[in-house]
Design a protein around this ligand. Structure first.
Ligand SMILES: Nc1ncnc2c1ncn2[C@@H]1O[C@H](COP(=O)(O)OP(=O)(O)O)[C@@H](O)[C@H]1O
Ligand SMILES: [Mg+2]
Length: 256
């Protein structure tokens, strides 16, 4: 079982999109995946077709140790993809644990206490919120690897150095085992000159950390969450379906 955080403090870089569709791609390759939705916006929860009722238990109770994993984990419409869902209540956790000691390790502890259930999964994906908040730190502290979705334009690449600094700090002080699995270029639009230029820059700076199989811009990816479906089930002949299957294969190769 390997735990991977999807992180970038910038919103809209594709953390959720890649978390959900890479997970679905891995399911196609016969792997079992659990997504932990660590964003109060609950986008990955909705993206796999989960509609929570007001009283449903969520990742909040899981993190706080108030609910067992069996009571928070739900099956998605895919047999081998489960999720610990999130809703806006999760935002309160930040305040609830703000003054607690070792508040970086709540998620890690919850995961460790659930080993028996979790060992049947090949991968645990943590979809982090778009901030460097205590929730994101919890995600990074609970993980073996971090995956960084980026847009390839000037401002996005500038933000990358902040993130890498944070990851370095977490590695040094909190989670020495954390490794950057890679940077995934997203919304690639080869009609724009800036795309090739920025990709070059990214590769110059981060070499083999940059995934060869990025994700091209594809309107079907914007539509699929509202149907609660991964790209393979919403638009299986789309460019994005091809891209995500290739990404899933590269992901597996990198983890070997
Ligand atoms: N490759 C892509 N092509 C087109 N739209 C995309 C692509 N990747 C993400 N999007 C869209 O961009 C928006 C932001 O993506 P999202 O995954 O929610 O980012 P994040 O989780 O990092 O905030 C969403 O509306 C999503 O559907
Ligand atoms: Mg998101």
């Amino acid at each position: 079982m390997k735990i991977i955080a999807f992180s970038n403090q910038k919103g809209g870089t594709g953390k959720t999109t890649i978390c959900v569709n890479l997970a679905a791609g891995l399911v196609k390759l016969n792997e079992r995946v659990l997504i932990i939705d660590l964003d109060p916006q609950g986008n990955s929860t909705v993206s796999v077709g989960i509609n929570l009722k007001p009283d449903d238990l969520t990742v909040r109770e899981f993190i706080l140790g108030e609910a067992r994993i069996e009571d928070v984990m739900v099956d998605s419409y895919m047999a081998d993809l489960s999720i610990i869902p999130s809703n806006p209540d999760l935002a309160h956790v930040e305040i609830e644990i703000a003054n607690k000691s070792k508040n970086q390790f709540y998620l890690k502890r919850a995961i460790e206490n659930s080993k028996e259930v979790l060992k049947s999964f090949d991968y645990i994906f943590i979809d982090c919120p778009p901030s460097l908040s205590i929730l994101t730190i919890n995600g990074l502290c609970a993980s073996n690897y971090v995956l960084i979705p980026v847009l390839v334009d000037y401002l996005s690449l500038q933000g990358l150095s902040n993130l890498l600094e944070t990851i370095e700090q977490v590695k040094k002080k909190l989670n020495p085992g954390l490794e950057i699995l890679g940077i995934i270029p997203n919304m690639l639009d080869y009609r724009l000159k800036i795309t090739e230029e920025s990709l070059e820059l990214l590769k110059e700076n981060f070499n083999e950390k940059v995934f060869k199989n990025g994700i091209k811009i594809c309107s079907r990816l914007r539509e699929s969450p509202s149907f609660g479906k991964a790209i393979f089930d919403y638009a299986r002949n789309s460019q994005a379906a091809v891209d995500f299957l290739n990404l899933a294969k590269e992901f597996k190769r990198r983890l070997k």
